[in-house]
Every structure is written in C-alpha cells, then in structure tokens.
Design a protein around this ligand. Structure first.
Ligand SMILES: Cc1cc2nc3c(=O)[nH]c(=O)nc-3n(C[C@H](O)[C@H](O)[C@H](O)COP(=O)(O)OP(=O)(O)OC[C@H]3O[C@@H](n4cnc5c(N)ncnc54)[C@H](O)[C@@H]3O)c2cc1C
Length: 204
C-alpha cells in the first residue's frame, strides 16, 4: 500500500526489487520444507550449522537400528575403483562391528527391563563406530531468506562436494517451485566439471 504502482508491475518485479535492496525480512514469510534422503551424516553435520530461520528433524541413531544402514559414497571417490574398494572395506568392517557391539550391549544391559530402553542404550553406544558416510534422512524447513543464504554458501565451488551436489538439487527444486525467490541464482559448470551456483544479490 505504501508503494504506488502506476506501472502495474507484477509481484515478480516487486520481489526482484526486494532482493536487490536486500530487504531480507520480507522473504521470511514464505517457508519451504524438504525431506532429504540418501545423504550422509557428514552432509547433515554441515547443514545443521545453518541456524537462523531453519528447523530440522533427523533420523535418530538411538532409536533406529543401523545394522542394515546404507552408506553414501563421497563424490570425490566415485568412479575410482581402488578408492571405492578401500572405502567399502572400512564401511563393511564398521557395520559388522556395530552389529556385534549392539548384540553384546543388549546382553550387558540384560537387567534393564524395558526392552525399548535397552535397545536405545545399546544403539547409542554402538553408533560410535559408524562412519560419517552413514546414510540419514532429515526434514528441513526454512524461510526463503534462510534458504537463499544457505544455498549460496553450499552451492559454491568452495563447498564440500556432497553438500554442493545436494544444494544444487535443492536450488533447482525451489527455483521450479518459486522462481521469484531464487531467480538470481545462476547454475554453471565449474572448472572441476561439476555444477556450482553463484548469486547476483548477495546479502552480507
Ligand atoms: C565452505 C565452508 C567451510 C566451512 N568450514 C568450517 C570449519 O572448518 N569449521 C567450522 O566450525 N565451521 C565451518 N563452516 C561453517 C560456518 O562457520 C557456519 O557455521 C555456517 O556456514 C553457517 O553460517 P551462519 O552461522 O552464517 O548461518 P546461520 O546460523 O544460519 O546464520 C545466518 C546469519 O544470521 C546471523 N546470525 C545467526 N546467529 C547469530 C548470532 N547468534 N549472533 C549474531 N548473528 C547471528 C548472521 O548474520 C549469520 O550469518 C564452513 C562453512 C562453509 C560454507
């Protein structure tokens, strides 16, 4: 109402100006929730560092059995047979060790009457041997301003490869859903022959 609009500009133009002027708080009204699957715990460890405007709910390794967990191959290793074999050998050993530890801990805590609690006690200790590559699931809700900040940092060439790949996928999805909020991101092929993104209206 404070802005006369004799030129009859569209909402998209209005939002373009908001981004350009850096009026980030206006972008906080719109929230988007994404469910991420097939990502590693090292990725989510980095993701949850983004606090302002974010909410997370992640699979619990205390309550959920990880004896048949999947593991995410780090992108830098994919395609090199020797590296993949080295990585896979460690993963297999870790998972076997996890299963053995849970079995022994269940015996050790046999005096705990509540079986759910006993399982939780066993898994929360045994998970210590599970690697960063363990697959996890996480629901992420954030407002458009927060998404923009996180995606700028994590889709850049300086970001770790797995989170960068994930950020590009999220960016494409959010851009499709709501182009006005994310149209100033440009996805390009970086020198390392992987996709990266840069933003026009950087907010400090
Ligand atoms: C390439 C890369 C490498 C990294 N390497 C490391 C590393 O080696 N070690 C490490 O520990 N972390 C590392 N990080 C994580 C980084 O330090 C930040 O924790 C992460 O990027 C989240 O940024 P943020 O705190 O700005 O985000 P958010 O917490 O989402 O905050 C967004 C913005 O809100 C404001 N804000 C939020 N909370 C406060 C507050 N309490 N007080 C004042 N202002 C606030 C600030 O303006 C902030 O920039 C790395 C991140 C990247 C992208």
């Amino acid at each position: 109402m404070s802005q006369k609009n004799p030129a009859n500009r569209a909402t998209r133009d209005y939002l373009e100006n908001i981004k350009k002027q850096g009026h980030g708080s206006v972008l906080e009204h719109a929230n988007y929730s994404l469910l991420l699957e097939g990502v590693s715990r090292s990725l989510t460890h980095e993701l949850v560092r983004h606090r302002a405007g974010f909410a997370y709910s992640q699979l619990s390794q205390r309550y959920v059995d990880e004896s048949e967990a999947n593991f995410v191959v780090p992108p830098a290793i994919v395609g090199d047979e020797a590296l993949e074999t080295e990585w896979r050998t460690q993963i297999d050993q870790a998972q076997k060790s996890y299963v053995r530890l849970v079995e022994h801990l269940m015996e050790r805590y046999g005096w705990v009457a509540d079986k759910v609690h006993r399982r939780k006690m066993s898994r929360e200790a045994a998970r210590g041997v599970l690697p960063n590559s363990t697959e996890t699931k996480i629901v992420v809700t954030a407002n458009a301003r927060a998404w923009r900040t996180m995606l700028e940092l994590r889709s850049s060439e300086g970001a770790e490869l797995e989170i960068r790949r994930c950020a590009i996928a999220m960016l494409k999805l959010l851009h499709r859903e709501t182009p006005a909020f994310f149209s100033d991101f440009e996805i390009y092929q970086a020198e390392d022959r992987r996709e990266a993104a840069r933003i026009v209206y950087h907010k400090v």
